[in-house]
Design a protein around this ligand. Structure first.
Ligand code: TYM
Length: 378
């Protein structure tokens, strides 16, 4: 087994997700839990049904509280950077689905502080411009404006500060060194940052459910160590795998790894076509004759993987594509063509929704702010 690394700031190598469950001490989303979710929600999102969300912390307690009528709330976030890519849509898409199903409040943290502290070459104005753009992209998912509170850390921090100090007092330097690999060269802003990311999980006295990819779990481990001591619940979380980069099914799509590895939300139709045709790793054979005879391998074919993760929600159609590819009926170029069409459809829709998004209504939504203020200043 090759080495791999998963931290909030670095994901590399061939990720063994089963091993991560053990390493991080999370739980697998097993058949029983999947069935329970389906019973409660009346249906399952394909990302749940196909196991792309594979791990969790205390999701069963969230469902218990929901069934008892206590309810719960959702929390997710985004570190602003210039290129928001389709991988970032994974947790947001499930968050939207969960909000629709459970009709619950949602807090979205825009970590301009983290973006600035983490990226050496980012100026404050770079981060602010990216934040404005990213917020519009997030609002485009169409969250319920009456139940959604989007906030930027640098602006909202004064409201979080008392609780932040209570949390920070409980987290030692050796904990963040061990959990995040900080060392003496880490800037001190970043040393404080993990405490900040735990705070929105305590915006209400109800249980919190955090949809994210597994790289963010380090924060929740810290939150779960301190929350009860502060009078809040340990947070729950639901973790996805990573949408792979164009170059192959290992690692994660990341905008900092170079524009050729990711499809950005701003890519136009020509760019999408060019990137997928030129860079997407194919599980096809070298020649047409060989491919027709032996077929392609969908398990390593990036276009097929993207279709199954995000872009083909219809199980029957997906099974047909898999069969036709494996038998050699569909060639690599044709598989890429199917994906190009789907991605472009998605991006055209996304841009229309972005233009019509109710950004202002969701930023610092007054109704939720008042309730939160009382909770976090208790
Ligand atoms: P950020 O901005 O790096 O990523 C935002 C969310 O996208 C997920 N993600 C991916 N999911 C699937 N495939 C990929 N290739 C991929 N790349 C990124 C991340 O796991 C994350 O859920 N520190 C956070 C911001 C944050 C946050 C939160 C995220 C603050 N509070 C609460 C989740 C939940 C960050 O840097 O995310």
């Amino acid at each position: 087994m090759k080495d791999f690394k998963v931290t909030p700031w670095e994901v590399s190598g061939s990720i063994d997700y089963e091993k991560l469950i053990k390493q991080f001490g999370t739980s697998r989303i097993d058949e029983k839990l999947t069935e329970r979710l389906e019973r409660t929600c009346g249906s399952l999102h394909p990302m749940l049904q196909r196991g792309f969300f594979f791990s969790h912390r205390d999701l069963n307690l969230i469902l218990d509280d929901y069934e008892k009528g206590k309810g719960f709330f959702l929390y997710t976030g985004r570190k602003p950077s210039k290129g928001m890519h389709i991988g970032h849509m994974v947790p947001l898409t499930l968050t939207k689905w969960l909000q629709d199903k459970f009709k619950c409040n949602l807090y979205i943290e825009i970590t301009d502080d983290e973006g600035f502290l983490h990226k050496r070459d980012y100026t404050w104005s770079d981060v602010q411009n990216a934040a404005t753009e990213n917020i519009a992209d997030i609002a485009a998912l169409g969250f319920d404006p009456d139940r959604t509170f989007i906030f930027k850390d640098s602006e909202y921090i004064k409201n979080m500060y008392p609780l932040l100090l209570r949390a920070a007092k409980k987290i030692t330097g050796s904990t963040v060194k061990a959990v995040f690999g900080f060392d003496d060269s880490t800037n001190i802003g970043l040393s404080m940052y993990p405490a900040i990311q735990t705070i929105p999980s305590m915006f209400e006295k109800k249980r919190c459910l955090i949809p994210c990819a597994i790289d963010q779990d380090n924060y929740w481990r810290i939150q779960r160590d301190i929350a009860e001591g502060l009078g809040f619940h340990k947070t729950s979380a639901i973790h996805s795998r990573f949408l792979p980069p164009l170059q192959g099914v290992e690692g994660k799509m990341s905008s900092s790894a170079g524009a050729q590895t990711a499809i950005l939300l701003t890519d136009d139709e020509k760019q999408v076509k060019k990137k997928i045709n030129k860079y997407a790793f194919s599980g096809g054979k070298d020649t047409v004759e060989e491919h027709r005879k032996l077929g392609g391998d969908p398990t390593i074919d990036v276009p097929f993987q993207w279709l199954s993760i995000m872009f083909e929600g219809d199980d029957k159609k997906l099974a047909q594509i898999r069969e036709d590819y494996t038998s050699g009926k569909i060639l690599s170029g044709e598989m890429k063509g199917i994906l190009i069409e789907k991605v472009n459809e998605f991006l055209v829709d996304h841009r229309t929704r972005k233009e019509n998004a109710e950004v202002k209504k969701m930023m610092y939504s007054g109704k939720l702010a008042k309730k939160m203020w009382d909770t976090i200043h208790e």
